[in-house]
Write a protein that binds this ligand. Sequence first.
Ligand code: ATP
Length: 138
Amino acid sequence: MAENIHLEIVTPEKSVVSEDAKIVMAPGTLGEFGVLSGHTPFMTSLKVGAVRYVDTSGKERFVFVSGGFAEALPDRVTILAESAERRRDIDIDRAKAAQKRAEERLARERDEEIDYTRAKAALMRAILRIRLAETRSI
Ligand code: ATP
């Protein structure tokens, strides 16, 4: 039987996941990748999206990550994310409020006070949080 791989997901604020998994899938900037125990070591940056893993009981788990880095070693995957939360901890109302704020900022044309890049990134985080919380897939 295949061995488990240890998954760590940490942010500057907290440890979000620290447990063994059968497989880990993550949104690399070059595309989604999957890691099983014994994988060749590599590092990659991550897009905003969902880390999915199958826990040792066989249940599929979802964790929102707002970009960051992943390091895969033969026996572990470490994900350093700017922010991350398990699917069940996503506050949909908060994400909807963030979406509305970002959309209102982006709707104001040529306003020097507005950082459009930042507003677009906030909008993307909000939309993907809502999608993950409501549908499990992003
Ligand atoms: P907001 O404007 O609502 O703070 P944001 O996208 O700017 O949203 P982040 O900077 O990504 O927030 O995250 C800041 C902290 O708040 C992190 O700890 C993150 O896990 C948490 N967080 C942000 N939005 C949500 C949410 N909708 N549900 C649960 N936790 C959230």
